[in-house]
Design a protein around this ligand. Structure first.
Ligand code: BJW
Ligand code: ZN
Length: 270
């Protein structure tokens, strides 16, 4: 079993001063941080929860209110494109109205603190880039983008079509959100990058993901099997928590800034 400290706060982390909880960083993690030459961070919806973006599977998450088979599959879109666009336009509106949180900003700082740093996200919300991360590998696409279902031509992000007519590409195909639905392949170059990063890193953080959706959920295991120290950051234990060397039961907006502060301390005094 991984090391699991007690939770320190609620999911929102509102009332927590991260630096008053030094026990979140165990000696093993401190050692792994001090030694790491390649840090990989895999993020999921939980990283954006503190910004106000709904997660998928938490209580009150998107899947508690909506049936994914009616919304996040190619078949659902072909059946009722207006319904699916309505849902994505609503989510685009939420995402445009929120700001990156301390977890996102901590990952911007990580770029300069490790010899190599790879940021891989399942999130489609663009918040890592808006925070300032310069090299974000998106496994499930980006909600701001659109493309033709048939010819894959790219369309500007804000073309959420108001009617069936506007949904059509000049080739006659339907314009769809630029995300990856169930049963679809992930972008090949991003998946290859992610798997290679997982194989070659020495420290891997799996942050704010339920670990239920593959192939992303296999990345921590790949890292573990190749000798990396693997850490989960999530107020709840995920489906893949048993594969971790340790689990930090805290919101990412608390734990990630703490990891960055520890890294700065270790690397400036080394
Ligand atoms: C906090 C927090 C805080 C809250 N701080 N944490 C192998 C085995 C079994 C099945 C498969 C397999 N390989 C492929 C499959 C099929 C399928 C799959 O995985 N199904 C499983 C569900 C069973 N995968 C696919 O279809 C993928 N395609 C594929 O593999 O192609 C090849 C293939 C095709 C067909 C057959 C076989 C192979 C595609 C997956 C696409 C996923 N798409 C979505 C929607 C994207 C568009 C959109 O946004 O609408 O991606 S689904 C949804 O889940 C979204 C997310 O990126 C993804 C992951 O969710 P995530 O990020 O983990 O969020 P949550 O809500 O689940 O969890 C949030 C967590 O945060 C919770 O744990 C909280 O506790 C925590 N949290 N507050 C830190 N403050
Ligand atoms: Zn087209």
């Amino acid at each position: 079993m991984p090391h699991v400290p007690s939770p320190i706060t609620s999911e929102t982390g509102d009332s927590v001063d991260p630096f008053s909880h030094p026990s979140l960083i165990t000696p093993s993690l401190e050692h792994a941080i001090a030694e790491a030459k390649h840090l990989v961070v895999l993020t999921g919806a939980g990283v954006s929860a503190e910004s106000g973006v709904p997660t998928f599977r938490s209580s009150g998450g998107l899947w508690a209110q909506y049936d994914p088979t009616q919304l996040a599959t190619r078949e659902a879109f072909s059946r009722d494109p207006d319904l699916v666009w309505h849902w994505y336009s609503w989510r685009r509106g939420i995402i445009r109205g929120v700001q990156p949180n301390p977890g996102h900003f901590a990952l911007v700082e990580a770029e300069t603190l490790f010899p190599r740093f790879s940021l891989i996200t399942q999130n489609v919300d663009n918040l890592h880039r808006r925070a300032g991360s310069s090299d974000v590998h998106e496994l499930h696409g980006n909600i701001e983008r659109s493309r033709c279902l048939d010819c894959a031509r790219a369309y500007p992000g804000d073309e959420a079509p108001p009617s069936e007519n506007a949904l059509r590409c000049e080739c006659g195909g339907l314009i769809r959100p630029g995300v990856v639905w169930f049963g679809e392949s992930l972008p090949e170059s991003e998946l290859i990058f992610a798997q290679e990063a997982a194989r070659t890193c020495d420290l891997f953080l799996s942050v704010g993901t339920s670990g239920l959706v593959y192939p992303a959920a296999a990345l921590p295991l790949i890292a573990h099997q190749n000798g990396a120290y693997v850490v989960e950051i999530n107020p709840e234990l995920s489906a893949i928590a048993r594969q971790m060397d340790e689990c930090i039961a805290a919101p990412s907006g608390v734990a990630l800034p703490m990891i960055i502060e520890t890294t700065k301390r270790l690397r400036t005094t080394a």
